[in-house]
Design a protein around this ligand. Structure first.
Ligand code: HEC
Length: 115
């Protein structure tokens, strides 16, 4: 490989300098991001760049129904209610064997159900 001439080095250095100055921008053009909020209670609303996010409270319905007594009911109650309630599972329409197999595969493989 041929060694670069001083002229080539000067043009390369000039190019790198111009590129760096273009990326940095003119003096005083940098606007630092807003400081993070101090630790404390969450604000009820915050406005940034024209958007306002407002905290709200949602009262979820209490659903403590368990699966009915039967073989391995304790295992089912311990492992099946972390993602959805027993009342949801027990009020679904009947599925064919193939549909149920696909749903179980999805619960295990996609949603990582432990059983
Ligand atoms: C990791 C989360 C998770 C766990 C744990 C889990 N499920 Fe599910 N289950 C889902 C999701 C997500 C769906 C909705 C799947 C869909 O149809 O897209 C679902 C759907 C269902 C349905 C409705 C199927 C239908 O389409 O009608 C039943 C019934 C069900 N689950 C039973 C169970 C049982 C029984 C267990 C325990 C052995 C269990 N689930 C554990 C995530 C979970």
């Amino acid at each position: 490989m041929k060694a670069p001439t001083p002229g080539m080095l000067a043009v390369g250095l000039l190019g790198v300098t111009v590129f760096t100055l273009m990326m940095v921008g003119p003096p005083g053009s940098y606007t630092p991001p807003p400081e993070p909020q101090s630790v404390g209670p969450a604000p009820s609303s915050i406005a940034v760049n024209g958007f306002t996010l407002t905290s709200d409270t949602v009262d979820l319905p209490v659903d403590d129904q368990l699966y009915p007594d039967g073989p391995h009911a304790d295992v089912i109650n311990a492992n099946c209610t972390s993602c959805h309630s027993a009342s949801m599972a027990m009020t679904q329409p009947v599925l064919s064997a193939d549909q149920w197999k696909a749903t179980v595969t999805k619960m295990k493989d996609v949603y990582k159900a432990p059983v």
